[in-house]
Design a protein around this ligand. Structure first.
Ligand code: FES
Ligand code: FES
Length: 153
């Protein structure tokens, strides 16, 4: 039995020892906002927060989350509301197909705790593990810089 909190809510799941965190989130819990792209820890689409740290959930066993706080895109804003980071992405046209976007947003949230400065070079470096096939990154970097800048102000 695995017990952890997802977006603040306690969860108990029966899972095999080899189950991945991404599968636990998507299948039994139905949190399909955490996307599955490469499944080999390369694309970052599956990024979630594990005790506040950004992790690639395809590269984490579900049992490694025992007792932890997991944050997914579904917990970013209250239903019907937008998080400031989402609004920044909208303003800067930082998404097209949107497949990478949940992972980008979760990675950006962790940047604040990591003290990443709101500067393009630093944000690009911090985003090195999150790939986007559509946007060319300009809008994503601009949105994250704007949000980090506002948070640091
Ligand atoms: S699906 Fe996890 S990094 Fe690509
Ligand atoms: S918006 Fe399509 S992969 Fe990033």
């Amino acid at each position: 039995m695995l017990e952890f909190r997802v977006n603040g809510r306690p969860c108990r799941l029966e899972l095999g020892n080899a189950s991945l965190l991404v599968d636990a989130l998507r299948e039994p819990l139905g949190l399909t906002g955490t996307h599955q792209g490469c499944d080999t820890a390369q694309c970052g689409a599956c990024t979630v927060l594990l005790n506040g740290r950004a992790v690639k959930s395809c590269n984490v066993l579900a049992r490694q989350a025992e007792g932890a706080d997991v944050g997914t895109i579904e917990g970013l804003a209250a239903p019907g509301e937008w998080h400031a980071l989402q609004l920044a992405f909208s303003r800067h046209h930082a998404l097209q197909c949107g497949f990478c976007t949940p992972g980008m947003l979760m990675r950006a949230l962790a940047m604040k705790a990591e003290g990443v400065p709101p500067e393009p070079a630093a944000v690009r470096q911090a985003l090195a593990g999150n790939l986007c096939r559509c946007t060319g990154y300009e809008g994503i970097v601009a949105a994250i810089c704007e949000w980090l800048g506002a948070e640091h102000a």
